[in-house]
Design a protein around this ligand. Structure first.
Ligand SMILES: C[S@@+](CC[C@H](N)C(=O)[O-])C[C@H]1O[C@@H](n2cnc3c(N)ncnc32)[C@H](O)[C@@H]1O
Length: 394
């Protein structure tokens, strides 16, 4: 992708002096990285330099004979997407809307890419200078150029996720469609990003869960969403069946689309509705339950424990916990589950098998996943393993 032709200043030296000249110009930070060096003649080469180089400083720094020429040159596309984004916005402002210079000081520095859709965080375009740009009659051409610079075909701004139970996404679309489809660790996801959220930040956890061998297992996902964990568990972990509980019909749509696209729909059972009701019907069926809701999944701790088969299994318990409370939270949670086991006379031995620190949710607050293992206690009579054979006498 090129950004057109501009006049550029070149420092021209003999080819034999090229390496020395390049080292000086680079060392001083004077090279214009947007432009390739040029061959001025068979014997000489020209290095592009920024216009702000003071001639006296250039003369005293150069260790070899040189001359300065000005030539039209093609600006090459920067490798860094931030630079590409900055370049297209600067170009649009200078060509179409010089009155909106101020946005150049408030350019987005981060974004999330979901397939062909780039989602800017709310704060990225919340400065007042963007209001005028949004209303500009040529704004659509800017959105197109920004999308092109980021190798996308749709652009949106993510307003805060609704704090309702559905965790609904609120996206202002600037360009293109909010229907996305993309591959993440070998799993295809497809959903309407304007209606549901996708926690890209949990990718390490998706990889970890998708890396566990679940062959032969029946799994319950209490908060399935569009299949963040359900799909990796079906596709990569090879779970026999996942029972996916989900309240939001838009998420259920995405989940079903994803299941079709990954060819795992026949091993997925969706339980649409409030898991307070749907989990009741899943008593005693699971080898594993996934409890993925933040800030806390406590609402389903008991129901997920009851969903385990008498042969036991694993619970993956998500929670936001203050860093300094991690140890005490783990012990308290373990004890809570031991109490629940006792209360329901389930005869399980409960142990912590792993604590995964997924990401920082806020300063000093971590999103963690506690893996708890439930094993049937050894039977008290009858089936005890035989005592070891006595060792032979010397
Ligand atoms: C945070 S999202 C899913 C997140 C996903 N597990 C992750 O970590 O990326 C939580 C999902 O749970 C669903 N949900 C919330 N409360 C629910 C409930 N009581 N019953 C069923 N689904 C629920 C929401 O609709 C949403 O899709």
């Amino acid at each position: 992708m090129d950004h057109g032709t501009v006049n550029v200043m070149f420092v021209v030296v003999a080819r034999g002096d090229g390496a020395t000249a390049h080292a000086v110009l680079k060392g001083q930070g004077w090279l214009d990285k947007r432009v390739e060096p040029i061959e001025v003649s068979e014997e000489t080469i020209g290095f592009p330099v920024v216009f702000s180089v003071p001639p006296e400083a250039l003369a005293s720094a150069m260790k070899v004979p040189f001359e300065v020429v000005e030539r039209a040159a093609v600006i090459r596309s920067p490798v860094d997407p931030h630079e590409r984004l900055n370049a297209v916005v600067a170009d649009w402002v200078s060509g179409v809307a010089p009155e909106h210079q101020a946005v150049l000081h408030h350019l987005p520095v981060k974004w999330e890419k979901l397939g062909g859709l780039v989602l800017f965080p709310n704060e990225a375009m919340s400065h007042a200078s963007w209001d005028g740009v949004r209303q500009h009659e040529h704004a659509p051409s800017l959105w197109k150029r920004m999308a092109h610079a980021l190798q996308a075909d749709a652009l949106g701004v993510q307003h805060p996720i609704a704090s309702d139970t559905l965790r609904s996404s609120q996206v202002e679309m600037l360009l293109g469609s909010s229907n996305v489809r993309f591959l993440d660790h070998g799993v295809t996801f497809a959903f309407d990003a304007a209606k549901v959220m996708f926690s890209s930040g949990n990718n390490t956890e998706r990889r970890r869960i998708g890396g566990i061998d679940m062959t032969g297992e029946t799994v319950v996902d209490a908060y399935a969403g569009v299949g963040y964990y359900t799909l990796p568990m079906l596709v990569r972990s090879r779970a026999d069946r996942v029972h996916a509980c989900e309240l939001n019909p838009d998420s259920v749509n995405g989940l079903l689309q994803g299941a079709e696209l990954n060819g795992v729909a026949d091993r997925l059972t969706v339980h649409e509705g409030d898991n307070a009701e749907t989990l009741v019907k899943l008593r005693g069926v699971a080898d594993r339950c996934h409890l993925g809701l933040l800030p806390s999944s406590e609402a389903v701790w008991e129901a997920c424990l009851l969903a385990l088969k008498p042969s036991g299994g694993t619970l993956h318990v998500h929670m936001n916990v203050e860093e300094e409370r991690l140890d005490s939270w783990c012990s308290a949670t373990l004890q809570r589950f031991r109490n629940l086991v006792e209360h329901h006379a389930m005869a399980f031995e409960v142990t912590v098998s792993h604590l995964e620190k997924v990401k920082w949710f806020a300063p000093r607050v971590r999103h963690v996943v506690l893996d708890l293992r439930f094993r049937p206690e050894a039977p008290l009579t009858g089936e005890r393993p035989p005592p070891p054979a006595p060792s032979p006498l010397p």
